[in-house]
Design a protein around this ligand. Structure first.
Ligand code: CAA
Length: 287
């Protein structure tokens, strides 16, 4: 069941998170528009969505109608103005503060006054993003987890001025996607990355200091703690650049040296070993 008042959802950014979010919006029955400045990114996103919904459909996890809606019903555009008549916009662009502030200022100008503007940021202050608009009461964080179609959690973050109506609409909306929303306060890293990224960072220290090989560290956490993926496999999957950016946000925002990024993480990012997306991180990936 879709949420009353939310008919059209626009997703800004067609990368891993954006295409996953657009997919679950479409399979849940929302009119969905996927926007990215890069037409190639949109084409890649369409292929990823097609593969994912075909797989989920073949396993009986989604209906024929949901699959068809995601395959044929998602509108795409390279122009942000395609979000103008959306009831809800979910921004999932690159994790870059200046870029997000610009997108929110533009969305604020383009969209009608009551449109809710949500951001999928994993670490940037919702209050700061909201301050780039003239509608901070309608701005909120909706942090989805990767891979979006499989992960049940959405972390919901109110900015300093987010009003209750916006919060309750987003809670209902994420539930309508089949997700479980959990509220977190607007502090660096919220709950998820405040815990996840220091754990990954510590795993990288273990490798740097020779406590264990990447395989050993991952096996300990998989078999010893029942994590579905070891922390270094997960780091490769999330992107080492993303992990580093979050560690820097935690370090700067909380001012505690315990959040300092591991020098090996910084070196690997500088070398372009970003994980799965670059073909090499702690492990090597062949297509
Ligand atoms: N759509 C549809 N199906 C998918 C899929 C997708 N996007 N991704 C994987 N699958 C399918 C696989 O193809 C596979 O299908 P088969 O069984 O038919 O082969 C099935 O799901 C299971 O996948 P795998 O066998 O590859 O692996 P798995 O059983 O370990 O499950 C996983 C995969 C759900 C990703 C699991 O490994 C997991 O939970 N990993 C941890 C993920 C995690 O921690 N995510 C959070 C990252 S942090 C984040 O997102 C926030 C941030 O800000 C950094």
């Amino acid at each position: 069941m879709t949420v009353p008042g939310i008919e059209h959802v626009a997703v800004v950014g067609a990368g891993t998170m954006g295409n996953g979010i657009a997919q679950v919006c479409a399979t849940s029955g929302y009119r969905t528009t996927l926007i990215d400045v890069n037409a190639e990114a949109i084409e890649r996103a369409k292929k990823t969505i097609a593969q994912s919904v075909t797989k989920l459909h073949s396993k009986g996890k989604i209906s024929d109608e949901a699959r068809d809606h995601a395959l044929k019903g998602i509108q795409t555009s390279t122009d942000l103005s395609a979000a103008a008549d959306a009831d809800l916009v979910i921004e999932a662009a690159t994790e870059n503060k200046a870029l997000k502030l610009q997108i929110f200022a533009d969305l604020d100008r383009l969209c009608h006054a009551n449109t809710i503007l949500a951001t999928n940021t994993s670490s940037i202050s919702i209050t700061e993003i909201a301050a780039a608009t003239k509608r901070p009461q309608h701005v909120i964080g909706a942090h989805f987890m990767n891979p979006v179609p499989l992960m049940a959690l959405v972390e919901i973050i109110r900015g300093y001025n987010t009003n209750h109506a916006t919060l309750s609409t987003i809670l209902e909306f994420t539930q309508s996607l089949g997700k479980t929303p959990v509220e977190a306060a607007d502090y660096p890293g919220f709950i998820s990355n405040r815990i996840l990224c220091p754990m990954i960072n510590e795993a990288i220290y273990c490798v740097m200091e020779g406590v264990g090989t990447p395989e050993a560290v991952d096996t300990v956490m998989r078999l010893g703690m029942n994590h579905p993926m070891g922390p270094l496999t997960l780091a490769d999957f999330v992107g080492l650049d993303v992990v580093l950016a979050v560690m820097d946000v935690l370090y700067e925002g909380l001012g505690d040296p315990k959040y300092r990024a591991c020098p090996l993480l910084r070196k690997m990012v500088a070398a372009g070993h970003l994980g799965k997306k670059s073909g090499r991180g702690f492990y090597v990936y062949n297509e």
